[in-house]
Write a protein that binds this ligand. Structure first.
Ligand code: ADP
Ligand code: MG
Length: 672
């Protein structure tokens, strides 16, 4: 076994835990070492029993004078022990952990850590961490600063700690960052950093170790994207597209548009034209809030491809979105002679080659789809596709131009780190005349009135309403689904008995989801109750009210994305943020939504306000999460950017670094 050994091929007991460990991102042995503690317990004060005082958190080391199971009320069992050292004795008690009396016997030497307190009028340590002391071995779980890890069912911190300890005794992580960078940035070496992040001598060391790992995380991320950018830049397209030859036709396209482009759209089109005309294939990310008008920008690019004799594809994550795109693109381009077709899992294209633009879902990736004149790939909601899918579609053509689009609000700084290999265009402006979504924070005492108001809007204007249930867990668990179902019942029975209500959640099959959305679109329901993980991008023109429960649990950028599902038509739209929170900071944070309306700006604010420990749920499927570093650590982003740029030209001199980089790139390519 070495650090690269996959858990699935490793010795027992790792092997037995492989699938559980995968949930924690531990795939190979080395990943244990990068499974960073979420916090520490300081059990480093070792005290003699005689000196113990109530309230202290300490470690005692002594011999078990007595231990037994004792029945208590409710058929529960207590495990009671008396521990003695050469200064005195103390009682220790555990609750309902009968196996302890099998592990710890009378006469065993033990080390125990926990809080000293009064229990039945005697000084006692309740539920301490425990371990048996063997000669010549140091304690792992007690008598030191002890790491607490992110856990999952059946994998406790204690178990993880033991594995990490064992691995660290046998294996070393070798340094891969060049000396010059270590010295210039005063970094701890990696061998020490890994040791100290798990078993720190003191908290200061743990912090320095964390700084090193955070540096590495951002450094490697940026180095990898520099490498991707470099590889991309070496590619040449056979045929850069001509723009000037087709001035007249392009002018015709503009003339037929029922609106004029926003300045932001004009800038994006200019960027894209420059890319398309270049010999190097375009690799651009178009970021803009829902409704900012990304589709028309992609349409002009596809039209230019058509004029140059090339096919384009437009790939969307869901069937319903693909159909929506088909309608939009046909509308814009069919009358100009462009043949547009659709492929999804349930709809084959009419003829195999007779299209200029193929719109579709991942069904486009199928071998049966022949795209021998593919010149441009457009990917909508790019974060919903894995790196692998993106590369399959590209390989259908010969170095086609690639335009990816996203409505995920990413601050510029983060985009530069995450997608340093992409060129960026931001649509930071909404089309003129678009009404801002009126947003209000609704405290508990106004809840009833808000419901009355909604009822009235529905009755009088036939408005449709989204109600988003609280975000409960990171990924959509059964718990979240259950909460949504309960809220659905409550609303139907108690609040809106006279209205038709639908329910949408992530545990529905995608066909069922599409069906619910279709029915909502056809006004079969007045209200759609949904979990936060509902499909993005869907256009329901008549939905004008977005109500979000427990809004304090979401990040600002997420709330902004949620509210983006209304306000698609001409009617005034509203977003009601329900919250029970009384914290002035929280209310202040949420109030930002009443006045701010650009996603990337809210995302930036989110980053600045977010306390280090605070975590909001992610709806951005596949969006990368950092383990140690933070995207709001602007100085570190800057520092690591400088380091990557200095080292990249000399990368070939550093085989360890190359190997490390290679291993993270492989991880990234695995489907998300
Ligand atoms: P998204 O960026 O969310 O993909 P769409 O491309 O779907 O946005 O555009 C949303 C709506 O705005 C569409 O109905 C589109 O026709 C319209 N639109 C796009 N650009 C403009 C503009 N410059 N002025 C007015 N309406 C526009
Ligand atoms: Mg769109």
């Amino acid at each position: 076994m070495n650090l690269k050994t996959p858990i699935a091929n490793a010795d027992r007991p790792y092997k037995m835990y492989a699938s559980r460990l995968e949930k924690l991102g531990i795939i190979k042995l080395e990943d244990f070492l990068y499974h960073v503690p979420s916090r520490y317990e300081d059990y480093s004060i070792i005290s003699s029993i005689r000196h113990l005082q109530a309230g202290e958190i300490v470690t005692i080391q002594g011999t078990v004078a007595a231990i037994e199971n004792e029945y208590a009320k409710n058929y529960k069992k207590l495990q009671k022990a008396t521990i003695e050292d050469n200064s005195g004795t103390i009682d220790v008690v555990w609750f309902n952990q009968q196996y302890i009396t099998k592990i710890i016997k009378k006469g065993t030497k033990v080390s125990l850590s926990g809080k000293v307190d009064w229990f039945s009028r005697k000084l006692t340590i309740a539920s301490p961490e425990y371990e048996i002391m063997y000669d010549n071995s140091e304690p792992i779980h007690t008598g030191r600063i002890v790491p607490i890890y992110p856990e999952t069912r059946g994998v406790s911190s204690k178990w993880l700690r033991r594995q990490v300890y064992k691995i660290l005794q046998e294996q070393n992580v070798l340094e891969y960052i060049p000396d010059s960078i270590i010295i210039n940035n005063s970094l701890t070496n990696i061998t020490d950093a890994i040791q100290q992040i798990h078993f720190p001598k003191n908290i200061e060391n743990a912090k320095r170790a964390k700084d090193r790992l955070a540096f590495d995380e951002l450094f490697l991320l940026q180095l990898a994207s520099l490498q991707r950018r470099n590889a991309w830049e070496k590619q040449l397209v056979g045929h850069p597209f001509s723009i000037s030859t087709f001035q007249k036709q392009i002018g015709e396209f503009w003339k037929r548009l029922p609106f004029t482009l926003t300045d932001a759209q004009k800038r994006a089109v200019k960027d894209i034209f420059a890319d398309l005309a270049s010999k190097k294939p375009m690799n651009r990310l178009l970021e803009g809030d829902v409704g900012s008008g990304k589709t028309v920008v992609s349409a002009i690019a596809m039209y230019v491809a058509y004029l140059n004799g090339f096919q384009s594809v437009l790939m969307a994550p869901t069937e319903i979105l693909a159909q929506q795109h088909l309608a939009t693109i046909s509308n814009l381009l069919s009358s100009l002679g462009v043949k547009v077709d659709l492929v999804t899992s349930s709809k084959k294209p009419r003829a195999t080659r007779a299209f200029d633009i193929l719109v579709g879902t991942h069904a486009i990736l199928s071998d049966k789809i022949n795209l021998d004149k593919l010149g441009l790939v457009v990917i909508d909601e790019q974060q919903r596709f894995g790196v692998e899918q993106r590369s399959i579609i590209r390989q259908k053509g010969k170095n086609p131009h690639v335009l990816t689009m996203t409505a995920t609000p990413i601050p510029r700084t983060v985009a530069l780190t995450l997608y340093g290999d992409l060129d960026l265009s931001y649509l930071d402006e909404m089309p003129k005349g678009r009404q801002k979504i009126k947003t209000w924070l609704v405290p508990p005492q106004k809840r009833e009135n808000a419901y009355k108001w909604i009822n009235k809007q529905i009755q009088e204007n036939r408005d449709q309403v989204f109600i988003i249930c609280p975000f409960i867990e990171q990924s959509e668990s059964m718990q979240t689904v259950k909460a949504a179902a309960i809220e659905f019942e409550r609303l139907q029975k108690e609040v809106f008995p006279n209205l038709k209500i639908g329910l949408l959640h992530g545990k529905l099959k995608s066909k069922e989801k599409d069906e619910v959305l279709r029915q909502f679109k056809e006004k079969k329901f007045d209200i759609l109750v949904a979990t936060p993980v509902v499909e993005v991008g869907i256009d329901i023109q008549n939905a004008t009210i977005m109500l979000i429960e427990a809004s304090e649990r979401f990040g600002l950028a997420q709330l902004h994305q949620l509210r983006g599902r209304v306000g698609r038509g001409d009617k005034q739209s509203y977003c009601l943020l329900f919250t029970e929170s009384k914290s002035p900071q929280t209310l202040e944070r949420l109030k930002a939504l009443e006045t701010m309306h650009v996603g990337a700006e809210l995302a930036e604010l989110d980053l600045r306000l977010r306390g280090p420990g605070e975590m909001y749920g992610t709806m951005q499927h596949g969006a990368k999460q950092l383990k140690v570093a933070s995207f709001s650590d602007f100085p570190l982003i800057e520092k690591t950017r400088r380091a990557t740029e200095s080292i990249f030209p000399k990368l070939s001199q550093y085989p360890n670094l190359q190997e490390k980089l290679h291993s993270i790139i492989i991880q990234e390519v695995s489907p998300d």
